[in-house]
Design a protein around this ligand. Sequence first.
Ligand SMILES: Cc1cc2nc3c(=O)[nH]c(=O)nc-3n(C[C@H](O)[C@H](O)[C@H](O)COP(=O)(O)OP(=O)(O)OC[C@H]3O[C@@H](n4cnc5c(N)ncnc54)[C@H](O)[C@@H]3O)c2cc1C
Length: 411
Amino acid sequence: MRILVLGGGAAGMLAAWRAASLGHAVTLLEANGRLGMKLRISGGGKCNLTHAGPLQDLLAAFRKEQARFLRPALHAFGNEDLLALLHREGVETYARENGRVFPLDRPGSAADVAAALEGLLRRAGVEVRFGARVTQLSGAAPRLNALLLEDGTHLLADRFILAVGGASYPETGTRGEILEALKGLGVPTQPWFPALAPVPLLRPHPEWEGVALRAGTLHLRSGPEGKRLAEYTGDVVFTKSGISGPAALELSREVEVARRAGAAWLDYALSVADEASLDSELRQLQSGNPHLAVRNWLLRCLPERLCLPTVISLGLPADQRLKDLPREARRHMVAMVRGFPLGAPGPVPLSRGEVAAGGVCLAAVDPHSMTVKGWENLRICGELLDIDGPVGGYNLQAAFSTGYVAGSMIS
Ligand SMILES: Cc1cc2nc3c(=O)[nH]c(=O)nc-3n(C[C@H](O)[C@H](O)[C@H](O)COP(=O)(O)OP(=O)(O)OC[C@H]3O[C@@H](n4cnc5c(N)ncnc54)[C@H](O)[C@@H]3O)c2cc1C
């Protein structure tokens, strides 16, 4: 059978290799001049390619409906299968204590993974066409007939596998336009939505760039005193325009949902003692160590660069001592440490997400074959599906697994 695979990322490479290994004539179309651009920058160039552990645990990291959809694909080609395949191709891997799996630590290790997959494609006889950006899909249910390239060429095939990824980091080739084309054909889709992205703040602190708040919990609230909507325990790092770090990335999707609903506020609860214990510690110090500067006491809770600005934001002089710290200011300060205010978020950028939420609706796709329901020759895999897992190797594993299944066709 003649198969066209569109998109040479993690999902498309697995799909093309698998289909060619089963004896099909496969052409892989890639808009860029090389394969696996996003794979090469993933994990900061180190490529957190999957997560170790039982498949049940991997599935539990995804939202319920995504886990239900991914189950057959992970059972067909799970983390152990991926690692066995890469090991056979000479890529050595290791798992960190937190379960994240990487190729052996050395510069350019993500490129090793891409090179291994390229080797597999070559040996399976996949024809790769670079600089081939598809702009339109033509056909009507139940059959897709052709793909139209930017240069006006029409390409025909018996089967089509679409693996064009999401819509973040457009400089890696993913502009998200094929989702629109699918929508035009009547395939059910969800619009792209930012996820795993840094969160801008309406009043950022560029002077704190690089400062980290560690081991506490980032809270998303409906307002400064509002209801808690979501939370994530992990570090936050100030950037020029807002916050990044694991907790910011993981909450970014919920932040954008709340922001669009007009009610979003962020604060960070440092994992020091509770308010009552902190207040009692301060009261004891006021008599035991009255000349201690408030900014020096704050060092116990906050990074140094935040201590003086905190004192000043409380309306206190820079050299305020504990002995004459007013009761109200003391209480206010303790509350601030337990919920360091970050303020209202700005629009979370789709383009800077490690993944894009949205995509082809999972209910429209058969999870055992990745065939779009009602379309006999159209399969979808990878981030183009409405799947967005957390940080930790889950998204690449989802792309590899769904790609493998999409390429698994006998006739
Ligand atoms: C900065 C960053 C770091 C990340 N780190 C990790 C990590 O460590 N671990 C993890 O699990 N996940 C990580 N991810 C997410 C992960 O990279 C993606 O989920 C995964 O690459 C998706 O694979 P895919 O094959 O579906 O799409 P992609 O890898 O994006 O591949 C899609 C391909 O299709 C091509 N294409 C797009 N449109 C067209 C078109 N119209 N015509 C022809 N070709 C087209 C693109 O050029 C691209 O090569 C990271 C993402 C980013 C942006």
